[in-house]
Design a protein around this ligand. Structure first.
Ligand code: WTA
Length: 658
């Protein structure tokens, strides 16, 4: 087996799609990909008309695209309902009885929802939400674990035209509160508790705490998942209702009628807000609209995952991140795909869990993150090899650069040497995958994220926007709007302009550094702004810093990343305590708990280092570049330290042992 892999990985480390895969793929040659790509740029309207035929537009567009940068519209004048595109359109044919969701609970329970059943649940919830007073344009927050009802909730909002804001279940009560208040949500959908590594995460309890300071929330719907005393649920009379009680009622005739035959919404009607980290302490509410977003995720799901009706597709992301939105819900369901949804941790009860799930259900496409792959490598091949993974035909990677070693292991041990790997680069703001290799059409190079997707004019440029030469490092930018791009930041259009469109005028800056090689393949090195990528989670350094300085013992704090074999980047914080506070373990514990409370456990620093002072320029700016070097263990400053106010601070920091 190894030999054949090695022969496929030719000297220049190109992996050519296997013949079997290629013959049956949606796109079968590099030339076909190139022709489609060219057409998507040169004749965009014709391209998107052809590839969005399935999406059920009630009315076609008057103007395909228009922009006055940094704002753009796509499919303007068209009308459609995203929930109808994902559900109703499958009910007239054989997909009616096909599995839409195959659910595997962490305790081992399983459930299948066909397209018919998913549609029925969504229609019911839509009617009840309408009875609770939710209307098109209202915001609804969803704070749930990985259960099918979270998907039902999203699609019910979309059906009504209410904008959903899903908050990852790992966020703390404070983080939830801020996100609810920022978008002024009217209703919260949550659950009693979620399973995580055999223990119970009390979501409702945390929601209650958040809601003490959320004046806009009128109703709370609580899905019963754990169902016993461990969830510690108290229901507030008049505000809270159990999901099952609500769904057991008879909805009003008018709401039921609306839910069954929902109105088509404008192409640019807001579909969802999703909060993500940026370079200031306040999270950004990335806003996506209906038609452009759906077009982007639909087309990429079909071509990048080579989705077929016979596939069982599993994206291991959480619904609380954009990958869950685009590639568990809207992309796959709009393609009529069967999606596996797993509730729990990859290593519960042990490291064989993922592989057993693949064997048990016959998963054919697996889409996961490099950080998970590296954790599996560390746990040992035997866990993988015990399972029969012959159902797999395609593998995907997302969220951070995949190192060639992890790529090769994924390919060899998980994919048995026969499955192409699609390394997909994209962002919350881009809505859909923008860089990858189509699996039956293009060879891949381990570590490279590949070629541009349809309609994406992407480049690597220098500071003023001039093109970099082949293999020269620079900023990754997008030079013209694409259908699934974020339209703004909720309630903060100025920040939208400043964050993405101001570095180089009229060009979207991704925040990533990259190079493009002589074959046109992109190699993304990671963030070059103040955002970290820890285990595939985006964490803003400013967010961590503002959480730390909100603790009474902290005078000043700086957060930086350092390379980490497992997590990609690890989070290191340098903290100056207030006078008279002892820098000891107790102080460290307090600060770690404070981060859990303010943001969530997933943002806990890997290292907290106390220092008497932080290195600063003469104008008082913290020199993060130096701190990064110190965090990575450098013994000498590589860069320019001429503006460092007090060189002694740096020497002292280096000498400080953690
Ligand atoms: C990083 C996740 C290299 C990148 C979909 C980007 C990647 C940020 C890749 C967005 C990849 C994502 N190769 N880096 N294949 N995919 N990234 O918004 O730094 O959570 O800017 O979206 O993740 O993270 P976000």
């Amino acid at each position: 087996m190894t030999d054949s892999i090695e022969s496929r990985l030719k000297e220049d480390r190109r992996f050519v799609p296997p013949d079997e895969f290629q013959k049956r793929a949606h796109v079968t040659s590099h030339a076909e990909y190139t022709a489609m790509y060219r057409r998507s740029l040169d004749e965009p309207e014709a391209f998107w008309r052809e590839h969005t035929q399935d999406l059920v537009f009630d009315k076609t567009w008057d103007r395909f695209h228009a922009w006055k940068l940094p704002h753009a519209t796509f499919f303007e004048g068209a009308k459609l309902n995203a929930s109808v595109s994902c559900l109703d359109r499958h009910l007239d044919g054989p997909r009616r009885t096909k599995a839409a969701i195959v659910f595997e609970g962490e305790p081992g329970d399983t459930r299948t929802l066909t397209y018919f059943e998913l549609h029925r649940e969504v229609v019911r919830l839509t009617a009840h939400l309408a009875d609770l007073g939710v209307k098109a344009g209202d915001r609804v927050t969803i704070y749930m674990g990985m259960v099918p009802e979270a998907i039902v909730a999203m699609l019910a909002c979309a059906r009504l035209g209410a904008t959903h804001s899903v908050v990852f279940g790992g966020f703390s009560a404070e983080a939830l509160r801020d996100r609810i208040n920022d978008c002024q949500a009217k209703v919260l959908l949550t659950q009693d508790a979620a399973w995580r590594r055999g223990s119970v995460v009390p979501l409702k309890q945390m929601a209650d705490k958040a809601l003490e300071e959320c004046p806009t929330i009128e109703k709370v719907v609580v899905y019963r998942r754990v169902g016993d005393a461990r969830a510690h649920v108290t229901m507030k009379e008049g505000r809270d209702v159990w999901w099952e009680d609500l769904m057991g009622r008879t909805a009003s005739a008018a709401s039921l009628e609306l839910a069954k035959k929902p109105p088509a919404h404008d192409a640019e009607h807001p579909l969802f807000v999703l909060y993500t980290s940026g370079s200031t302490g306040k999270p950004k509410g990335v806003l996506h609209t209906t038609a452009g977003y759906l077009a982007g995720v639909h087309v990429t799901t079909k071509f990048v995952f080579d989705m077929k009706d016979s596939d069982l597709y599993w994206c291991t992301a959480d619904i609380g991140w954009v990958t869950g939105h685009s590639y568990i819900v809207y992309g796959p369901l709009s393609c009529g795909a069967a999606c596996l949804v797993y509730e729990g941790a990859p290593n519960f009860p042990d490291w064989s869990r993922f592989w057993q799930i693949i064997e048990k259900h016959g998963v054919s496409i697996l889409y996961t993150a490099p950080t998970a792959i590296r954790a599996f490598i560390r746990a040992g091949d035997e866990w993988v090899q015990k399972a029969d993974l012959s159902s797999l035909r395609l593998l995907g990677s997302v969220g951070e650069p995949i190192n060639p070693e992890a790529w090769t292991w994924y390919h060899r041990v998980v994919g048995g040497g026969r499955c192409p790997i699609v390394d997909t680069w994209w962002q919350t703001e881009t809505g859909s995958i923008l860089l990858t290799t189509l699996p039956g059409a293009c060879y891949s190079k381990p570590g490279s994220t590949g070629l541009p997707m349809f309609g994406v004019d992407i480049a690597v440029v220098k500071d003023k926007g001039e093109d970099c030469k082949a293999n020269e490092g620079g900023k990754l930018v997008i030079r013209r709007p694409w259908p699934s791009m974020a339209r703004t930041l909720f309630g903060d259009d100025e920040r939208y302009k400043a964050a993405y469109w101001s570095q180089i005028p009229d060009v979207y800056f991704t925040g990533d550094g990259a190079r493009r090689d002589e074959d046109g393949y992109f190699w993304v090195v990671g963030r070059i702004d103040d955002v970290l990528n820890v285990s595939g989670h985006r964490i803003g350094t400013a967010e961590i810093e503002s959480a730390l300085v909100s603790h009474p013992i902290v005078a000043e704090a700086a957060a930086v990343g350092k390379p980490d074999d497992l997590k990609g980047q690890a989070l290191v914080v340098f903290v100056t305590l207030k006078n008279g506070v002892t820098a000891d373990k107790n102080a460290k514990d307090k600060l770690a708990e404070h981060i859990d409370k303010e943001i969530g456990k997933f943002a806990r620093p890997d290292q907290i280092r106390f220092t008497d002072a932080l290195p600063k320029t003469r104008s008082g700016k913290i020199m993060r570049r130096l701190l990064k070097e110190v965090a990575s263990g450098a013994t000498e400053a590589k860069g320019d330290t001429s503006t460092l106010e007090d060189l002694g601070v740096l020497a002292k920091l280096r000498a400080d042992e953690d």
